[in-house]
Design a protein around this ligand. Structure first.
Ligand code: IPM
Ligand code: MG
Length: 373
């Protein structure tokens, strides 16, 4: 019987509650398919700071390197917010992304028909939204040097972050963008700030050049300010978006509103081995993928058992699709999620005012049961 090694990094806040449900769903779908999962827990983020003094213990990094995939919860919280930048809980996640070279972050924003009214935006705007945001994840402002704060004798200070990209970094994520668009509706929007930033001038040049290899995909360029407006004005005009790290961080949160709630948004962070991008005919190997709900630790509801586990469960489906090439099992989980929503079950974040809601565990139970139809 095939057994897959998955690192389980719950992290902080609601991370543990939602990844527990995602792991259960993977086990249940595996049981039906005759495969098993070996989950090994690892410390990350605030939990790791409390236990070991740092946000990413060596042991956790080694666990990630030796696993086939990583199921990730969320990191951070008020308890660790006072720490200096370089020691914060979030650093644990940033360090894994960099160490494993997970440069392509796929964040689908789909408005499920039965959740149209969960979005604060009008039905006429969000209905039919189906966008894949691809965020570059290992470059730009997040990692650029020089960075730091200088304190001056007169009490004033100066702080620096650097947005830097090489053509190679742009090219590889652009290729991911075109490959993904090719499997969707063949339209790629590259987002930059080419009217102001030289980094964006290079970005636009490289994406345009890579586009020559994909004549079947329509490429358009959009400035980031304009894109952020268009996302809430006419989201159905978008298919696949590719953009740099910081723009992608911001635009993917905005896109979450189109899907009704952050509690619905899954993500996959992939490196070179993900070249197959869910195509069962291509072979895999090499780097490990990290799968994570887009929402954060939600300290306000942590420990109450009310968080929506669907983003984590859909991330588990992406894990099957992109790291393990188990497309049918991924489809099965996504089908189960749709059925449970169609039957009217809602966690608090996606419920209409006054409607009955269920908790994290119950939502997990219902999705496991719905795997069979
Ligand atoms: C995300 C988060 C992270 C990021 C934080 C937690 C470091 O906002 O994954 O979108 O900024 O990348
Ligand atoms: Mg973010």
């Amino acid at each position: 019987m095939a057994s897959y090694r998955v690192a389980l990094l719950a992290g902080d806040g609601i991370g543990g509650e939602v990844t527990a449900q995602a792991a259960r769903v993977l086990e249940a779908v595996g049981k039906r398919a005759g495969v098993s999962f070996e989950f090994t827990p690892g410390l990350i983020g605030g939990a790791a700071i409390d236990a070991t003094g740092g946000p990413l213990p060596k042991q956790t990094l080694e666990l990630c390197r030796s696993s086939q995939a990583i199921l990730f919860g969320a990191v951070g919280g008020p308890k660790w917010d006072h720490l200096p930048q370089e020691e914060r809980a979030e650093r644990g996640l940033l360090a894994i992304r960099k160490d494993l070279d997970l440069y392509a972050n796929l964040r689908p924003a789909v408005c499920f028909p039965m959740l149209v009214d969960a979005s604060p935006l009008k039905r006429s705007v969000v209905e039919g939204t189906d966008i894949m945001v691809i965020r570059e994840l290992t470059g730009g402002l997040y990692y650029g040097e020089p960075r730091g704060i200088e304190q001056f004798a007169d009490g004033s200070a100066r702080a620096v972050n650097t947005m830097v990209y090489t053509s190679r970094e742009i090219e590889r994520v652009a290729r991911t963008g075109f490959e993904v668009a090719r499997k969707r509706r063949r339209k790629l929007t590259s987002v930059d700030k080419a009217n102001v930033l030289v980094v964006s001038t290079l970005w636009r040049e490289v994406v345009t050049r890579v586009g020559k290899d994909y004549p079947d995909v329509t490429l358009e360029h959009l400035l980031v300010d304009n894109c952020s407006m268009a996302l809430v004005q006419r989201p159905t005009q978008f298919d696949t978006i590719v953009t740099e790290n910081t723009f992608g961080d911001i635009l993917s949160d905005e896109a979450a509103i189109l899907a009704g709630s952050m509690g619905m948004l899954a993500s996959a962070s992939l490196g070179d081995a993900s070249a197959s991008l869910g195509d069962a005919s291509a072979s895999l190997g090499g780097t490990v993928g990290l799968y994570e709900p887009v929402h954060g630790t939600a300290p306000d509801i942590a420990g109450q058992g009310v968080a929506n586990p669907i983003a984590a469960i859909l991330s588990a489906a992406m894990l099957l699709r992109y790291s393990l090439d188990r497309i049918d099992d991924a489809d099965r989980i996504e089908g189960a999620v749709r059925r449970v929503l169609e039957r009217g079950h809602r966690t608090r974040d996606i419920a209409e005012p006054g409607a009955k809601t269920i908790g994290t565990r119950e939502m997990g139970d219902l999705i496991v049961d719905a795997l069979d139809g």
